[in-house]
Ligand binder design. Structure first.
Ligand SMILES: [Fe+2]
Ligand SMILES: [Fe+2]
Length: 319
């Protein structure tokens, strides 16, 4: 019994000792771990700081041609000049995207609605004109600015849908994707010009939000269901735009609206003379609208002939 008790006490002491050794070593390892973690963190933070400093340094490094390298990735813009040698001030468009609007275009052309769809498109546009006339009256600057927020939508929707179609069907687009996206960009530039002349009020911004939400989705669905009708609607909308800009010009010419100097962006975009005025700007915008009218009525006609747009040459190179 005595021997047994002795042996038992030895085993208990051994276990207790082992436990205390294990506990110490665990605590020690935890402590060392904490030290290692904190030293790793410090090293990582140091590395990150060095990396950021390097990045910062790279951001201010100039490329061999003198242009500032804008980021770590070396993405930079070339030093672009105007024809007269002055610096090109715009990032939103480049000199090779500018053009002289064809102001000799026939402004009076009209597509006479014959089919049921054409009549539907024509009447829809005429009905839409009523609330527009009531809301804006003869405030043509404001009217143009607001309507350009809508006018830039169809080209983008049509171009996007044709782009997706081209991908799905492994087919060329016949240049129509580019033509429609060009139209959207051109309309957006009309807006960028108008916004230099008229500052939208808060409730107008709110109205644009609501109208864009409805119009984008409605036009998307319409283009999927009937591109022939969608292009016809835009053709008639452009006819209305020509009418509105003609009224705008009348008010400028008879002095009701001040013929202020043209915004700088419009002088570069349409290659207007330095002393160009609002009248010159509205004249070139109206010519653009006439071109959009022809393109969209033409696109609708192509569909009426039972062809896909890619089978007809896209009206590229207008600019
Ligand atoms: Fe426009
Ligand atoms: Fe237009």
């Amino acid at each position: 019994m005595t021997m047994n008790r002795f042996l038992t006490s030895l085993v208990v002491k051994f276990k207790a000792g082992h436990r205390s050794i294990s506990t110490v070593s665990q605590q020690e390892w935890r402590r060392r771990g904490r030290m290692m973690t904190s030293s790793t963190e410090v090293a990582e933070k140091k590395k990150e700081k060095e990396k950021n400093q390097k990045g910062d340094n790279r951001e201010v490094v100039k490329a061999s041609d003198g242009t500032v390298v804008s980021s770590y990735w070396g993405v930079s813009r070339r030093n672009i000049k105007r024809e007269d040698g002055s610096d090109w001030p715009w990032n939103c468009f480049m000199p090779w995207e500018t053009y002289r609007s064809d102001t000799s275009i026939d402004l009076s052309k009209h597509h006479a609605p014959k089919t049921y769809l054409d009549k539907f498109a024509y009447r829809t546009v005429k009905i839409l004109r009523f609330p527009t006339d009531i809301f804006f009256q003869r405030r043509y600057g404001c009217r143009a600015m607001m309507l350009e927020t809508v006018a830039a939508v169809p080209g983008m929707v049509g171009g996007m849908l044709l782009h997706l179609r081209s991908l799905r069907k492994f087919q060329q687009s016949g240049g129509w994707i580019k033509a429609l996206l060009e139209e959207a960009e051109n309309e957006r530039m009309h807006l960028m010009t108008m916004v230099e002349l008229v500052q939208p009020k808060w409730y107008e911004r709110l109205l644009v939000l609501a109208v864009q939400g409805v119009f984008f989705n409605a036009y998307f669905v319409l283009y999927v269901l009937s591109p022939k009708l969608a292009h016809r609607v835009v053709g008639y909308l452009e006819e209305e735009a020509i009418h509105s800009y003609t009224e705008y010009l009348k008010d400028i010419r008879n002095g009701k609206i001040e013929n202020v100097p043209a915004p700088a962006i419009s002088i570069d975009y349409w290659r207007l003379p330095k002393g160009a005025t609002l009248e010159d700007v509205i004249t070139v915008i109206r010519a653009d609208e006439a071109h959009h009218r022809d393109v969209n009525h033409f696109a609708s006609d192509v569909h009426y002939q039972g062809k896909e747009l890619r089978k007809a040459p896209a009206p590229l190179g207008y600019r």
